[in-house]
Design a protein around this ligand. Structure first.
Ligand code: GLV
Ligand code: MG
Length: 345
């Protein structure tokens, strides 16, 4: 089958050889991981970490940055190191959000975690990345400590884009290190950085919309827009173009599951791989939205079958249920099938 040929990586032998190439430049995908939901736990909350480890989130992030008060930084770091050594995280991706490069706590987070916490940490989430040199510096520091302790597994980077400088430089940031795995949209700090008229963490803004034309023949309507569309789209493009996963950040209204679901849906529609959960009640919603549904997977398999048949007959495009499918459809469908297989594995 076409899909199997593509999945095996034997693209030369495929009847649609080259179908996954977008340019003469072939993008290398980052270390593959499920990334539908990232559950954040403040590093100060030692008792909650084992609970997060048992949750359904694909990624647990123990936070040393903004959910930890300045006076608690050392305690939080110790808790996280102990959890990395003692808690059973199963097959989850385990991440630590270290402090930003703007703070002296950052180097100590890196040094102590790599020196003292064994190899269970998979990813450092690096906040407030502003320029590609921030990533270079973090990479150099992490590389030195890893080498000094003889660490076998290299730590990956999840980079938070959450200030105008980071957004301006998102393309070079995305390409700045082989450790890069994901880009995250930190909407709270981003709205502070742009001086947006809100104190919410994410979500819609009642100021942001248009009033339909007053000369129209229908009653006027105020149509809400998504104030984060541009920022999210830029992150999706920069991430995907560099083989990284784009991940949408926090939604602060933990009492509004419908609002959270809507935020997940519009992220998924744009190409986001997943979303943060800042409360356990958000995990199941993100998992559901960022998993392809049964009907979607069945349809994707039908597209692959239709295109396999088309290719055998020497055709590049055919009609399926009255809609055109072509070689681009193979790439769309293959991504859905692959994701479903990773979730089932
Ligand atoms: C996350 O760190 C944010 O600022 O939204
Ligand atoms: Mg932030």
């Amino acid at each position: 089958r076409v899909a199997q040929t593509l999945r095996s990586g034997a693209r030369v032998a495929s009847p649609v050889a080259g179908a996954l190439r977008n340019s003469f430049t072939v993008v290398q995908e980052a270390t593959p991981r499920l990334n539908r939901c990232e559950l954040y736990v403040p590093g100060t909350q030692a008792k909650i970490i084992p609970k997060a480890a048992k949750s359904a989130a694909d990624v647990v992030v123990m936070d040393l940055e903004d959910s930890v008060a300045i006076g608690e930084k050392e305690v939080a770091r110790k808790n996280v190191i102990q959890a990395l050594k003692e808690v059973d995280f199963g097959n989850k991706t385990v991440a630590v959000r270290i402090n930003g490069l703007y703070s002296h706590h950052m180097y100590r987070d890196v040094v102590d975690i790599i020196e003292q916490a064994g190899e269970r940490c998979d990813v450092f989430i690096v906040p407030m990345v502003g320029v590609d040199k921030d990533v270079y510096m973090a990479d150099a520091l992490v590389s030195q400590v890893e080498e000094a302790v003889g660490r076998k597994k290299k730590i990956g980077f999840g980079l938070i884009i959450e200030a105008t400088m980071g957004m301006m430089n998102v393309n070079s940031i995305a390409a700045a290190s082989k450790r890069n795995e994901s880009l995250h949209f930190g909407v709270a700090d981003y709205s502070a950085s742009t001086k947006s008229r809100t104190t919410n963490i994410g979500g819609p803004n009642k100021l942001y919309g248009v009033l339909t034309d007053k000369d129209g023949d229908k009653p006027r309507d105020f149509v809400w827009g998504d104030p984060w569309h541009y920022a999210m789209s830029r992150i999706v493009v920069a991430a995907r173009a560099n083989g990284l996963r784009p991940v949408d950040g926090p939604f602060g209204d933990i009492g509004d599951p419908d609002g959270y679901r809507a935020q997940c849906n519009r992220g998924a529609a744009l190409g986001m791989e997943g979303k943060w959960a800042i409360h356990p009640s958000q995990v199941a919603i993100a998992n559901e939205v960022f998993s392809p549904g049964e009907a979607e997977v069945t349809q994707a398999r039908r597209v692959l079958e239709a295109m396999e048949k088309a290719q055998r007959e020497g055709l590049g495009a055919v009609s399926l249920d009255g809609k055109l499918v072509d070689i681009a459809s193979i790439k769309q469908a293959d991504a859905i099938v692959k994701k479903a297989e990773a979730i089932a594995a």
